[in-house]
Design a protein around this ligand. Structure first.
Ligand code: CP3
Length: 349
């Protein structure tokens, strides 16, 4: 019998082998949970919830209390960085986020940074840290510069990130300044989270899949590598997870060139292929299709089995390939935990 590591998720992220497959889910603190919806309604809005550190700490802990995941992800949003860079941020029901002024209409130098807007998040981290179960790993996060820039430029979500892609071709110098400003704020923001108590961080690059290869090198790999290097200089022992969603065949270069300690796979990546092209000791996180979890039943059982067997030979953290869908039944999440923890290399039932 192998002794269970103190924090299984942190252990695997640090490259350790484990009989336990740790599990957490992207967007695990969110709208599929009735207790989240109740608290959000009571607070009146998403930003109100993020800025209220007591409530944000409670939301962070809700999925831990209910399911006992191995990781707790800080409750906040990737768009808090543009907010701290001086854009106004609104989340309106049914509309998605809005940042103003969009950088299609304004210049970066016209914004006045307000780093104090990050402070409530650090208070949330401290509060969660004090209440977190000893075996749970505390994850901080930020968006990657490219993904955050797509929102800053368009002022909102955009189907194919055309505004930001166009801005990057039209004036690479001005676009590099936007990326550089996000990068600097992100390093400070993640360092602040680490100093307040998170034990690992994830960089969400949700839109890395929309870039042509040379643009991917410039706007995904290079800024990510600089952020990882800056964080390593300040906090050498804190693992960094990179999640370049949609990167596909560019995953291997991303893994080689950015220096991330672990890599997240989205649901379109064949885990057996990823296993064959990624360095053998690199921890891999993923990559259940959120729609298989929504569907449940046999679809879920098969998809989970395939992922577990494909990644059995390397450090593996079970997760979805993207955020949990808000209609997902609680019972399906419970079943997923049973499947992962009962697997031959998973925790004994
Ligand atoms: O549980 C967690 O994972 C922690 C919290 C978290 C949120 N957003 C809370 C949230 C995290 C890690 C994010 C990341 C995020 N935010 C990303 C990257 C990951 C991804 O999904 O691609 C992106 C692109 C955003 C930007 C964002 N935030 C959008 C486009 C939206 C609106 C659409 C949507 O999916 O809801 C948000 C709002 C948001 N962020 C909600 C939550 C729980 C829903 C807000 C609400 O309660 O109405």
């Amino acid at each position: 019998m192998t002794l269970a590591p103190h924090k299984p998720l942190l252990h695997v992220l640090s490259g350790g082998k484990s009989d336990i497959i740790p599990i957490w889910l992207m967007r695990q603190a969110g709208r599929y949970l009735p207790e989240y919806r109740a608290l959000r309604a009571a607070k009146g809005g998403f930003l109100e919830l993020v800025n209220d550190h007591e409530a944000a700490a409670e939301v962070t802990l809700q999925p831990i209390a209910r399911f006992g995941f191995d990781g707790a992800i800080l409750f906040s949003d990737i768009l808090i960085v543009p907010y701290a860079l001086g854009q106004d941020l609104r989340f309106e029901a049914g509309e998605g986020p809005r940042l103003s002024p969009p950088l299609t209409d304004a210049v970066l130098s016209g914004l006045t940074a307000v780093p104090a807007r990050l402070e409530p998040v650090y208070r949330t981290v401290e509060k969660v840290k004090a209440a977190l179960p000893a075996e749970t790993t505390f994850l901080g996060f930020a968006g990657s510069p490219w993904t955050v820039a797509t929102y800053m430029v368009a002022g909102q979500g955009s189907r194919d990130q055309a505004e930001a892609r166009q801005a990057a071709y039209a004036d690479p110098g001005a676009f590099a300044e936007i990326i550089g400003a996000i990068e600097a704020m992100t390093v400070d923001y993640l360092s602040g989270q680490i100093e307040a108590g998170v034990e690992a961080v994830q960089l969400f690059d949700s839109w890395s899949g929309s870039l042509a290869p040379a643009q991917f090198e410039s706007w995904v790999i290079a800024p990510t590598a600089r952020i990882v290097a800056a964080l390593k200089a300040r906090h050498p022992h804190i693992p960094v997870i990179g999640f370049p969603k949609g990167a596909g065949a560019k995953l291997a270069a991303y893994a080689r060139e950015t220096g991330v300690d672990a890599i997240g796979l989205d649901e379109t990546v064949d885990p057996a292929w990823a296993d064959s092209v990624l360095p053998a000791d690199l921890p891999v996180q993923g990559n259940l299709d959120p729609l298989a979890l929504l569907a449940g039943g046999e679809a879920l059982e098969k998809a989970v089995a395939r992922i577990l067997s494909s990644l059995a030979g390397r450090p593996h953290i079970f997760n979805l390939g993207h955020g949990i869908i808000k209609e997902t039944p609680i019972a399906h999440v419970e079943r997923l935990l049973e499947l992962v923890r009962r697997s031959p290399s998973g925790r004994a039932a």
